[in-house]
Every structure is written in C-alpha cells, then in structure tokens.
Write a protein that binds this ligand. Sequence first.
Ligand SMILES: *Cc1c(COP(=O)(O)O)cnc(C)c1O
Length: 445
Amino acid sequence: MSNADKLAIAGGTPVLKRSDYQNWPIIGPDDRRLINEVLDSGIVAGGTAPQVAALEREWAEYIGTKYCLTTNSGTAALHMSLAAVGVGPGDEVITSAFTFLASASCALHQNAIPVFVDIDPRTYCMDPDKLEAAITERTKAIIPVHIQGLSADMDRIMAIARKHHLYVIEDACQAHGATYKGRKVGGIGDIGTFSLNNYKNLPGGEGGLFNTNSLEYLEKAMLIRCFGDEIDEVSHRRIYNASILGYMYRNQELPAAFARAQLLHLDEYNAIRIANANYLTQELAKIPGVIPPYCPPECQHVYFMYNVRFDPTAAGVDASPRRFRIAVEKALYREGVLVGQWQTMPVPAQDIFQSKLGYGGSSFPWAVNEAKGIKYNYDPNQFPVAQALCDSYTIVHGVHAPNGRELMDKIVAAFHKVFADLPTALAHADDAIYPGADGRLYGAG
Ligand SMILES: *Cc1c(COP(=O)(O)O)cnc(C)c1O
C-alpha cells in the first residue's frame, strides 16, 4: 500500500489541509461600505434607525410578506412570535424532534409546553403523518422547522393547522432563501422567523428577523420587542407605560448594516452552496453506504448544512450504524475533512426535557398542566427516526461560498479513500479524536 492510500488515521498522508477551506462569512466592499455608513451617520441604535428600518423593508420584500421586524436573535424572534399570537401558560406548542433547542425553548419562555413530533426519514423535517396525533385541545401553535436549509412539507402542515385552528410559526432560522412550491419559506405561515447569527446563510454577526402579513401581529410584536411600552400617538415618544409584558429584543445598526450588505449577495452565495451540494450528492451517491441529503422536487434546498448519513449494511461492514458513523467520521476528519455532528440527540432527549426542571429549577411550566393530571412524556423512544438520524449522520462542512469545486473534489477523494479501507477506519473507532469544524470556519472567535 502506498502512503497515498494509507489512511491518515493509521499514519498516512491526509488528503486535505485546513488552508483548503475558506471561511464564512465572506466580507467584502459592500460590508465595509454599509458599516461605514453607520459609523459616518453617528446613529448606532434605535428601533426605527435607518439601517434597521431598511433591513426590515428589504427582508419583507425578499420573503414576500407585508411586514418585517428585526430582533437581536432568532431565538428572540421565535419567542416574540408566540407572544404575539397570544400563546400562554399551559398551552402546547408542537415542533420537530430534530432541530435546535430554541424551536422548543421559545415555548417554555412563554410558559407553554413543547410537544415533539418525529421527522420524515428522507427530509429530516417534521413528519406531517405524525402531526395530528400530537394535537390536543391545549395545542395553540405549530413550529415547523426548515431544517438545514430544506422546507418542511408546508401544504400538509398548513392544512392540518387550519383544520384545528392553530397558528403556524415557521422556524426558518436555517433556510434564508429556501423555497417551497416556488414560495420563500418564512412567508407561508402566520409568522416566519430567521436568525442572523454568524453561521447562517444570511449573517449579521447576531440578530433575527420576524416576518408576517398580519398588521395585528406586527403591532403586538412591536410592543413586545420593546418592553411592552406604549408609544404616544401624537408625539411618537415612548411614554414609559407598559401596557403588556414585553422584553428587550431590538436589534442595532451595525448588525443590521452587515446583514443588508450580505443580503445583496444572498442569492449568489446560496447558488454556490447549491452547486457544491449538488456536486457532492452526485459524487457521494456513487459510494455504497453513503446517503446524501434528499431534496423533494417541489423544494429548493439552500444547504445551510450538508448532511450525509452512513449505512453499514450497504457499505458491506458488520457494525452498528452509530459505531460505523463514528469510525468514518474520525477517519474523514484525520484526512482533513471538516466533518462532525451538530445535534447529537433528538431535542426531547436533552436533560431539560428529561428532568422537566424549568423556571428557578422548579417544575414550571410543565406543572401548570401536570397539576391537572396531564402527563408529558419525553421518552426518546417516541422519536425513532430522529434517533436513527442522530446515530448515523454527520455534517460535511465547507459547502458555503467561496469554496468551490476544488475543495469538493478533495472531499470526494477523501471519502473514496476512507471507504476503500473501512476495516482500518473501524479499527480506529475508539481513538481519542474529536471531529468538528473550528469556530473560525464560521467567523466565531
Ligand atoms: C440558529 C437557530 C435558531 C436561533 O437563532 P439565534 O439567532 O442563534 O438565536 C433557532 N432555530 C434554529 C433551527 C436555528 O438553527
């Protein structure tokens, strides 16, 4: 065996170097121009300040909704949405078992109780076939999540929501620019929410966006975003008289300017992600045991994350899916491929749901309903599809612009190299190797 064939995990030469990867976000002249506009203006903050107001107009237009509000995080936008539609103590909010915690913790922050639905085995989004069984007379809202850049099955989710008179809050925090039947996600439900954090397809450093066509939700959200404080209709000044419970969820000028500059390139950068992902999918599908992501024909995926699963049976090896994934992940990582898991378990399997300890370490908000004899069971066995995904998937980092074909070819070569010697990879499955991308790849310090 030549040193080029010998796996790096066994002392061979790695296929890739860290310098083969270019970082995200891409910072260019538009970012500098708009950031300098803020500095030159001397206006750095304010709920109706110029950059914030412009971002709201531009993002409403991009998504195709009448209104948009910026917030200081995607999590804030989700919580503000539930508050704006009037979700409250003891209400249930349904979301997907495979998502980021914030899709569920936003319900807890509103004293409501998250209920989880397992995922579709191909799209990894909420399985509409399992949605109706999760609805009770306490259900108030559904939060479908457009996971890793792919739209949930919105027609079916909207139809079920309408039938049961439920609000639909889209968690589009991972899917800026993704479409479902030609419509942008985040503009389909009652409210759509986005994150502007550094990892996302539309980064602002930090921040969030709230989209709606409803003037009622807009006006309520404007109050909630700023302490619940009323504005005097004549003077347009805050009168420091809160009429409802609010929070401090405003964004600010520098992140808004940065997001506006990034928005000028969103479609171009998404097209690069799509081209890179399609190429990886075409090439990796040729390797028995590698399962690339699926995109239904009615959707445009924007590949916030590129997810591959591994199937030991198809690869012809005798190992559990979990052990096989760990072995391949470590071997790829040693070849210099930035791979590693994002969520390691279904969200309901996290300690907070297992312990059901919320406010102040108490049993609230679950106790609101458990006192009435209603039980909440977050047994992970109820989410076998999400669990099987968590056992078998990894994220292939680096599909973002400006990375291109050169990097994709090296990633493909590393996959071929590892899959040509799976016994060696499996022999190193217990090595102390910790796969994952470094923060720098995504502009994090
Ligand atoms: C990123 C993300 C959020 C939260 O966004 P922040 O801006 O980090 O608060 C919510 N839901 C999902 C699915 C996300 O990926």
